[in-house]
Design a protein around this ligand. Structure first.
Ligand code: HEM
Length: 309
């Protein structure tokens, strides 16, 4: 079985540019087929195509976000393959997003009234534009010639911020679809893909938090070492993680009071008009998860210093 898996993961079709062409052809075929069934004179159809093309993009950005965490949490041949191919899979994300950009262009150019009446919302536009700026910067710096012009620090800054920003955009769209829109203003029943993309988005970032915890303190995953941790850190850490899990599934219950509280200061209310994602409601459960993991883990340096004393 292992040999079969190794062969599959080493096969040229599952790697590099061949993988890119294969996956991007699949995306292109699916989207052109949807275009052929759509009426481009209808703004509703173009709007549908915007959503449809993004749904083809999301799995690939989630794949990219999970890559480094999977390598830390589950080192092995699969995670090596995963990390080796994240650039090519990331470029497939860009292909699907290029379709979304074309449909946005068509909608905003040929159906301006519809676009400004039904779609345009300043903060969304700002978040989306920042997302596309990151995407273009990431594509441009994915190739050696451009990469050479940036220091490792600059390159990492562009790619890490870009990947997390794009993940955050997609994840928050599905959070609002599940926990807000069906209870407020526009009564829309979430579809199965809203749940799917929300939960996978939650999972991939949770893996990131756990990988960060493991890099900080390997004892997080060692039963005996974990058991030896202080009672209070276990109590607060595990409580925070449990709250995070509960909050991740119950956004509609706590959204209103929490949001009202966070927006009480005038400056915060002001920020919410233009600062992407502010006041971060979709991300609060993940913040609780991060707090829980940080309580349960100790930076290595601290442990070494206390041993030396
Ligand atoms: C200025 C740039 C952008 C504009 C104007 C825009 C516009 C739109 C519109 C109109 C829809 C709704 C389509 C429908 O009627 O269902 C949509 C859906 C969506 N967009 Fe964007 N978008 C932009 C950038 C982005 C970026 C950078 C991302 C990052 C991943 C993104 C992710 C999504 C997601 C996840 C959906 C929901 C798709 C679904 O139906 O499942 N968008 N966008």
């Amino acid at each position: 079985m292992n040999i079969i898996l190794v062969n599959i993961l080493k096969h040229p079709v599952s790697n590099g540019w061949t993988l890119f062409w294969l996956l991007s052809s699949l995306v292109n075929i699916a989207i052109t087929s949807a275009v052929s069934h759509a009426n481009l004179a209808s703004p509703e159809d173009i709007s549908y195509l915007i959503g449809y093309s993004v749904r083809w993009a999301i799995p690939f950005i989630y794949f990219v976000v999970a890559a480094s965490s999977i390598r830390i949490l589950f080192p092995g041949i699969v995670s090596n393959w995963w990390i080796r191919n994240r650039k090519y899979v990331g470029l497939v994300f860009a292909v699907a997003m290029a379709w979304q950009a074309i449909f946005i262009f068509l909608l905003s150019t040929f159906h301006r009234d519809y676009y400004f009446d039904e779609v345009f919302y300043f903060r969304d536009e700002l978040e989306g534009s920042v997302g596309y700026i990151f995407l273009v910067a990431m594509i441009a710096t994915s190739f050696r010639a451009a990469r050479k012009r940036f220091s490792t620090l600059q390159w990492n800054l562009i790619h890490k911020s870009g990947v997390y920003f794009l993940w955050a955009y997609a994840f928050s769209v599905y959070w609002w679809n599940i926990f807000y829109y069906q209870y407020n203003e526009i009564y829309t029943i979430p579809k199965y893909h809203d749940y799917l993309f929300y939960w996978i988005g939650f999972l991939v970032f949770s893996l990131r938090v756990l990988a960060w915890g493991k890099a900080r303190d390997n004892d997080l995953f060692q039963y005996t070492a974990f058991n030896n941790k202080g009672f209070l850190s276990k109590l607060f850490g595990l409580t925070s993680i449990s709250l995070a899990i509960c909050a991740s599934a119950t956004g509609s219950l706590w959204y209103e009071p929490v949001s009202r509280l966070l927006l009480t200061p005038a400056w915060s209310n002001e920020l919410s008009l233009w600062l992407p994602f502010w006041p971060l409601e979709p991300f609060l459960p993940l913040l609780l998860l991060g707090i829980g993991v940080s309580i349960l883990t100790q930076p290595r340096q601290q442990t070494i210093t206390s041993l030396q004393k």
